[in-house]
Design a protein around this ligand. Structure first.
Ligand code: NAD
Ligand code: DAU
Length: 339
């Protein structure tokens, strides 16, 4: 089996590369990644030593590059992780989100049509459903929840999902889509809440919490997400959407306090800052479909996953110190200095 994994130098994509090399040692994994600010070749250093792994630097929206790769590798499966993924950046500069997340998806699917494919899998997000009220814990996103996006990021991901389903219906492309809740774990770029809290707390710096910290996210350890995608590409039904989530809802303030407690750092580091515009209040996934159809269940609860994650950041200081010592400093200043 030849699998093209796009965005494999990013957070979830790299975890998926390692998951597949470990669990399917006979597969060939080809990573296509443009190495944007979020892509990191150091993350793939171990994978590079494996003869069944190939890294190709390229943009998923670059048709010539993508077609050349399909001609060379004749993939059986494509898993498309590549995306601009940070909501705050999409609010500052939406355009690149449209190019990568929508046009990039189209180019990848055109290549699948031209060269043939057993399965095209689109890695989507629960953010396409919009948000839920804070005072209705009984409500959760199902696969039938209407799309109702808030940010340029989620709008671009929802657009891509619509294109994927259109390519299935119109051209018969064998597709699947997964919509997962917030991930956390190793190799998470420190612009996102959990790695940002860990890395700043370790340097005794303030922790910016948007608004009152009452917004709720439904956290899933990244390895559980990888296992779900592995199941979907092998056993999921064509043309179907699968929600992925592990019933681990927490307010942002609870998350920040849990991490600080784990690091033995004081809560006085917490600083409340101006809220994110259009900030989604609550995400909550109903994962019944993937549980019943494919027998998927998460193996980590939040408390276990956070312990493992904090330990990983403590043991991999050079990985994140290199990131936060560069261009990241300018990003942090421009995003947070006037908040
Ligand atoms: P990330 O930002 O950490 O990584 C994105 C990767 O894609 C990087 O390696 C980057 O270099 C690459 N990339 C960006 N533009 C590219 C392009 N034009 N061509 C090729 N490569 C490009 O993202 P992530 O958090 O790992 O998210 C991966 C996917 O999962 C995204 O599609 C995202 O929407 C989705 N998702 C993320 C979460 C989450 O909690 N992080 C949850 C649900 C779904
Ligand atoms: O739900 C899935 C989505 O989860 C993915 O599709 C996105 O790619 C991923 O980035 C993530 O989006 P969020 O916006 O939920 O993640 P983020 O880590 O940016 O923020 C989590 C929550 O924490 C959110 O309510 C905003 C808040 N926050 C975030 C940052 C960076 C803060 O309070 N302070 C911060 O500094």
């Amino acid at each position: 089996m030849n699998i093209i994994v796009t965005g494999g130098a990013g957070f979830i994509g790299s975890n998926f590369v390692y998951y597949m090399l470990k669990n399917h040692p006979d597969y060939r994994i080809i990573c296509l990644d443009a190495l944007t600010y979020a892509g990191n070749l150091h993350t793939l250093e171990e994978a590079m030593k494996n003869p069944n792994f190939r890294f190709v630097k390229g943009d998923i929206a670059d048709r010539e590059c993508v077609y050349k790769l399909f001609e060379e590798e004749k993939p059986d499966i494509v898993v498309n992780f590549a995306a601009e993924s940070h909501v705050d950046r999409s609010i500052e500069n939406p355009e690149i989100f449209l190019k990568t997340n929508i046009i990039g998806t189209q180019v990848m699917m055109d290549a699948c049509r031209k060269y043939g494919i057993k399965r095209y899998h689109q890695v989507s997000t629960d953010e396409v459903y919009g948000d839920l009220p804070l005072d209705r814990p009984d409500l959760m996103f199902t696969e039938e929840t209407p799309l109702h996006t808030s940010s340029p990021y989620s709008a671009s991901k929802a657009s891509a999902d619509l294109l994927v389903m259109a390519y299935h219906r119109t051209y018969g492309l064998p597709v699947t889509i997964s919509r997962c809740s917030n991930n956390y774990g190793p190799y998470h770029f420190p612009e996102k809440l959990i790695p940002l809290v860990i890395t700043r707390a370790l340097e005794d710096k303030t922790i910016p919490v948007y608004g009152t910290g009452a917004n709720v996210r439904d956290w899933l350890y990244v390895e559980d997400h990888c296992r779900a995608i592995d199941l979907i590409i092998h056993k999921g039904r064509e043309g179907e959407i699968y929600n992925i989530g592990g019933h681990n809802e927490r307010t942002n303030l609870q998350v920040v306090k849990t991490v600080l407690h784990e690091l033995n750092k004081p809560e006085s580091l917490i600083t409340f800052v101006t809220d994110r515009p259009g900030h989604d209040r609550r995400y909550a996934i109903n994962p019944e479909k993937i549980e019943k159809e494919l027998g998927w269940n998460p193996t980590y609860n939040f408390e276990q996953g956070i312990k493992v994650t904090v330990k990983w950041y403590l043991e991999h200081r050079p990985w994140w110190e290199k990131i936060i010592s560069g261009e990241y400093q300018n990003y942090y200043k421009s995003m947070y200095s006037n908040r």
